[in-house]
Design a protein around this ligand. Structure first.
Ligand SMILES: C[S@@+](CC[C@H](N)C(=O)[O-])C[C@H]1O[C@@H](n2cnc3c(N)ncnc32)[C@H](O)[C@@H]1O
Length: 317
């Protein structure tokens, strides 16, 4: 049985939002963030005719979810790519439009639990944080090579860290003595720099810095910026997109991308919609939906979630 920490976030709501687009037909869904395959498994079980395309940048996620989803046989296709390649992945499998796209952003419990990958500040581990194992810069590389300005910028922008400048100065000072390799030393530095008083409201002093490093190392916002139009582009009429974000920059990007397509492009004042100028999508959520207390109790990872969903109602303009 699943441990509580592996419960897919807002699973019932996700199933409910997709149901009208998938019910009673051989539909296709792309789960762009397969992770441990929790959402995918539930979707495949709920819709016996469904074909699922699962994407993940983490080869380990592909392998583990592959085993979990094996019982669904040839209804499952898994591809080890970043989600901004959604259109190519769909096309390479011989499909054109799909009926659903799910994006459950961020890191998986699997990644957080694997100490040696360095995502968790609660354990002393190498400062790695790469989701696509073994490729690109590590968190240690960022700490040891970025200038003060860039370091402060990522901490402030991606971590919304109030003490970004002070932390960047301390990192530059400390790395002169010895380069950073492990998370323990960084956590110690953050305990020293982030004032104790701010912990009562801001949580663990390492939380925001670790988030910022993870976003930078994995180019998460750039990947999402490219992925949203690509995902909306493969969604057929009547198809639905559901996105779960866990921090405000991601949620803002999702909100703006959906709001833009939900607007009519017919010049104001015209009595009728000009052909090809109507809204492309209808929003299915009013603002962002949050997890309720029970869901957060069952699954603490649900606490920061912001869920938004939309249905494609018109062809791409
Ligand atoms: C929150 S987990 C998904 C959990 C999944 N919904 C479940 O039920 O098990 C997010 C997953 O997205 C993957 N991921 C993050 N950024 C990605 C990207 N740019 N492209 C593809 N996968 C990505 C991570 O490797 C991780 O496995």
């Amino acid at each position: 049985m699943d441990q509580p920490r592996h419960v897919p976030v807002l699973l019932d709501r996700v199933l409910e939002l997709f149901a009208p687009a998938l019910h009673g037909k051989p539909a296709i869904v792309v789960d762009t963030t397969l992770g441990m395959g929790g959402h995918s498994d539930a979707l495949l079980s709920a819709h016996p005719e469904l074909t699922l395309i699962g994407l993940d940048r983490d080869p380990q996620a592909i392998e583990m979810a592959g085993k979990r989803l094996a019982r669904h046989g040839d209804r499952v296709h898994l591809v080890n790519v970043t989600y901004d390649h959604i259109d190519e992945a769909v096309e390479d499998l011989g499909f054109s439009k799909v009926d659903g796209v799910l994006m459950d952003l961020g890191v998986s419990s699997l990644q957080l639990d694997e100490e040696e990958r360095g995502f968790a500040y609660s354990k002393d581990a190498p400062l790695d944080m790469r989701m696509s194992k073994g490729t690109g810069m590590t968190a240690a590389d960022v700490l040891n090579t970025y200038g003060h300005g860039d370091l402060a910028r990522i901490l402030s922008t991606y971590g919304e860290e109030r003490f970004a400048g002070k932390i960047a100065s301390a990192v530059l000072r400390e790395r002169e003595k010895e380069p950073f390799t492990n998370s323990g030393r960084l956590v110690e530095l953050l305990y020293a720099v982030v004032p104790a008083a701010s912990r009562r409201t801001g949580g663990h002093p390492a939380k925001r810095t670790f988030q910022a490093l993870r976003i930078e190392v994995n180019g998460e916002l750039e990947s999402l910026r490219l992925a949203l139009p690509a995902a909306l582009g493969v969604l057929g009429i009547g198809g639905r997109i559901v996105v779960e974000s866990y921090q405000s920059l991601e949620d803002r990007m999702v909100k703006q991308a959906l709001a833009e397509l939900a607007k009519s492009k017919t010049p104001p004042g015209l009595p009728v919609e000009l052909p090809g100028h109507g809204p492309e999508v209808k929003l299915l959520t009013k603002g962002a939906e949050l997890a309720n207390e029970q869901e957060i109790e069952d699954n603490p990872r649900a606490a920061p979630v912001r869920l938004r969903a939309a249905e494609r109602i018109g062809a791409p303009r």
